[in-house]
Ligand binder design. Structure first.
Ligand code: PRP
Ligand code: URA
Length: 209
């Protein structure tokens, strides 16, 4: 069974609380989401390997660590995952970005894939799938299944807020993919929204409410 890494940090908690307030503007919501993503990136990449390189600083020759695999690929689930891309690129500027578009049907809550564009060679790269919300888990499950069908083997999932139901469903479907979250909330409501959650993340990021 995969691990769930709940990232417990006062800076992340404070910014997430600000995002939950219905009075937060889209600009504030996007700013906090970007900051939290950058903070979470430290944990999501904590076990990334480094390799030594030797060169002379302005003072002396030494051996210094660099990322062994700089070719990370970030895959946001559209739309809301886009709000996490810049935060990841702030600390992984060399990363490439693929996109998977998923829309939940408002009545059935089933996801429908409407777009997919992924970088060449993705099957050999470490992949980090990003989406602020893990509700029923359906969107993330299908996105990761798509990546596995293309040969990806080293995938991790990064969410801001998850429901216990979504975590359980995702772990059942993808027991080999670790989940990183800033908060695990109480449950889903009858509309499959996370409770207490923060509402519709895509609408709040892009001001489409
Ligand atoms: C939201 C969210 C996730 C999905 C989570 O996207 O960004 O992708 O719902 O729900 P699930 O775990 O039950 O699948 P939505 O389909 O609302 O699209 P949007 O990002 O374009 O708003
Ligand atoms: N998608 C969202 O944006 N929010 C939820 O609470 C559930 C799904």
């Amino acid at each position: 069974m995969s691990d769930v890494h709940a990232i417990d940090h006062p800076l992340i908690a404070d910014k997430l609380t600000a995002m939950r307030r219905p009075t937060a503007s889209s600009a504030e919501f996007r700013m906090h989401l970007r900051s939290i993503t950058t903070l979470m990136a430290y944990e999501v990449t904590r076990d990334f390997a480094t390799k030594p390189v030797e060169f002379a600083t302005p003072v002396a020759t030494g051996t210094f660590p660099v990322l062994a695999e700089p070719a990370v690929i970030i895959v946001p689930i559209l739309r809301a995952g886009i709000g996490m891309v810049d935060g990841m690129l702030d600390v992984l500027p060399q990363a490439r970005v693929g996109h998977i578009g998923m829309a939940r049907d408002e009545k059935t809550h089933e996801p429908d894939e409407y777009y997919c564009k992924l970088p060449e060679g993705i099957e050999a790269a470490p992949v980090i799938v990003v989406d602020p919300m893990l509700a029923t888990g359906g969107s993330a499950i299908d996105a990761v299944s798509n990546l596995k069908e293309r040969g990806c083997k080293r995938i991790r999932l990064m969410n801001l807020v998850a429901a216990p139901e979504g975590i359980a469903a995702f772990q059942k479907a993808h027991p080999d993919v670790d989940i990183y979250v800033a908060a695990v909330d109480e449950c889903l409501n009858e509309h499959a929204y996370i409770v207490p959650g923060l509402g519709d993340a895509g609408d709040r990021i892009f001001g489409t409410v």
